[in-house]
Design a protein around this ligand. Structure first.
Ligand SMILES: [Zn+2]
Length: 380
C-alpha cells in the first residue's frame, strides 16, 4: 500500500487517488495559466519493495493544459527519506503525454521518497543558511529583515560591504517555487561573504544586500506564482502600472526599500522548466526593458552596458538570442522609469540546474554585472 502526501513545507499535490494495483493519480495545485506545473509529494510504501506508476495531471481548476505540459519533459528529482541529496529520476522512468505525466517509481520496503520537478530550497532551510552565514562570518556580514510577510514570516537577507558605497540589491523568489533563483541567491550570499579575493574587493567597493526569498508564504505553501494574497510579485503593478505602489504586501516592502535607498543596481533571478520550446543547453533566459525608459543619460548608458553584459558574458541567450521584455507592470520597468534604477534579470532553467548548477549560473551573472557596474560608477 502506497500513501501519497503533500502536507509539508513546499508540498504540492491534490486529489490523490489509487486507480489500479500499484497505480495512482494526482493533480498539481496551480495558481493561474502557465503557473500551474509544480509538484512535490512524498510516496510512502508500508509493504514490500515494488514499483508504482504515479500519474501527475494538470490542475483542472486552472485548465491550462499547454501551460502545464510545456514545462515537460524536465528533470524529476527524487529524495529517499533520510538522504540529504536529491537525485534525478532515471531517464525513461517518466513518460510525458499530452496532458499528464506518468512517473514510474521504484520504492523499497517501508521507504518514503520525495518526488518533485523543482529541487526545493525551503524557507526554514534558507533562513538557517542565512543565520549561519551571519553567525560564522560576523566580521563580514550581518543579518537583516525586509519586514514580515502577510502570514508573519521574516523576510531575511544578509548585508555585506562598505557603508556609503553604491548599493546593490539582490533578490529571488517572487515566484515562490522557482527555487533555482533562491539557490542562486544563496550562492551569491556565500560568495559575497567569503574570503575569495574578488569578494573582498567587492566588499570594499559596494554595499551588497541579498534577500534570497522575498515571498516566503508562497514558498511554504508550494505555490507556483502567487503570495498569500493571490498576487503575482513579478507583475507587481497588475493592471495599474501608474499606481503609487505595487499590489502585494511583500512587493510594497521591496518597493519602499528601493525607492528610499536608490540602489545603483538590483538583480532578480527567476526560473522555469523544460526544453521543448528552447534552443541550446542550458536553456537559460533573460529579460530587459526597452528604451526609452531611463531619463538620465548616464543611467541609460549603464543599463545598455548591463544589457551587453547579459548578452555577451552570460548564458542568458541559450534559450533565445534576444531578451524577453519586461512589461510596465513589473518593478523592473517602474524602478527604471521612475527612479532610473537599472537591473539585471535572469532566468535559470530548473530542468538543467539543481543548487550547484543554479549557483554557478547566478555567480556568473552577478560577477559580470558587478564588473560592469564598477567600471561605470568609476567613469561617470
Ligand atoms: Zn518567474
Amino acid at each position: 500500500m502506497i500513501t501519497i502526501n503533500s502536507d509539508f513545507e513546499c508540498g504540492n499535490a491534490k486529489n490523490v487517488q489509487q486507480i489500479g494495483e500499484d497505480r495512482y493519480r494526482l493533480e498539481v495545485v496551480g495558481d493561474k495559466p502557465t503557473y500551474c506545473y509544480y509538484f512535490c509529494f512524498d510516496a510512502t510504501n508500508d509493504a514490500e519493495a515494488t514499483e508504482v506508476a504515479i500519474e501527475v495531471w494538470h490542475d483542472p481548476v486552472i485548465n491550462d493544459v499547454p501551460g502545464f505540459i510545456s514545462h515537460f519533459p524536465t528533470t524529476i528529482w527524487i529524495q529517499p527519506q533520510g538522504s540529504h541529496r536529491y537525485q534525478p529520476l532515471v531517464l525513461g522512468s517518466c513518460e510525458t503525454h499530452d496532458d499528464h505525466l506518468v512517473i514510474h517509481l521504484p520504492i523499497g520496503a517501508k521507504e518514503t521518497i520525495r518526488v518533485t520537478d523543482v529541487w526545493p530550497a525551503t524557507y526554514s532551510d534558507t533562513c538557517a543558511f542565512l543565520r549561519d552565514l551571519a553567525a560564522s562570518r560576523s566580521d563580514r556580514c550581518e543579518l537583516f529583515t525586509l519586514g514580515r510577510s502577510v502570514q508573519g514570516r521574516d523576510i531575511l537577507g544578509v548585508r555585506c560591504g562598505t557603508a556609503g558605497k553604491p548599493r546593490v540589491l539582490c533578490i529571488a523568489g517572487q515566484h515562490p517555487i522557482e527555487f533555482p533563483g533562491i539557490w542562486g541567491m544563496r550562492a551569491i550570499a556565500d560568495f559575497m561573504t567569503s574570503l575569495l579575493p574578488d569578494a573582498v574587493a567587492l566588499r570594499e567597493q559596494l554595499l551588497v544586500e541579498i534577500i534570497p526569498m522575498v515571498n516566503p508564504d508562497g514558498t511554504v505553501m508550494g505555490r507556483n506564482g502567487f503570495n498569500a494574497e493571490d498576487l503575482d510579485m513579478y507583475l507587481a503593478f497588475g493592471d495599474d502600472p501608474a499606481a503609487a505602489e505595487p499590489q502585494a504586501h511583500e512587493s510594497k516592502l521591496l518597493w519602499r526599500k528601493a525607492a528610499d535607498e536608490r540602489p545603483a543596481l538590483w538583480m532578480n533571478i527567476h526560473c522555469y522548466l523544460g526544453w521543448r520550446n528552447n534552443a541550446e543547453y542550458p536553456y537559460d533566459g533573460w529579460y530587459e526593458v526597452k528604451d526609452p525608459v531611463f531619463s538620465d543619460a548616464a543611467q541609460a548608458r549603464l543599463y545598455q552596458a548591463l544589457c551587453d553584459t547579459m548578452r555577451l558574458q552570460t548564458t542568458a541567450p541559450s534559450t533565445h538570442i534576444v531578451a524577453a521584455t519586461h512589461s510596465p507592470a513589473t518593478m523592473e520597468y517602474q524602478l527604471a522609469s521612475r527612479f532610473d534604477i537599472p537591473h539585471v534579470f535572469y532566468e535559470i532553467n530548473g530542468a538543467t540546474a539543481g543548487p550547484y548548477g543554479a549557483g554557478r549560473r547566478a555567480l556568473e551573472v552577478f560577477r559580470a554585472a558587478m564588473q560592469t557596474l564598477l567600471f561605470y560608477v568609476a567613469h561617470t
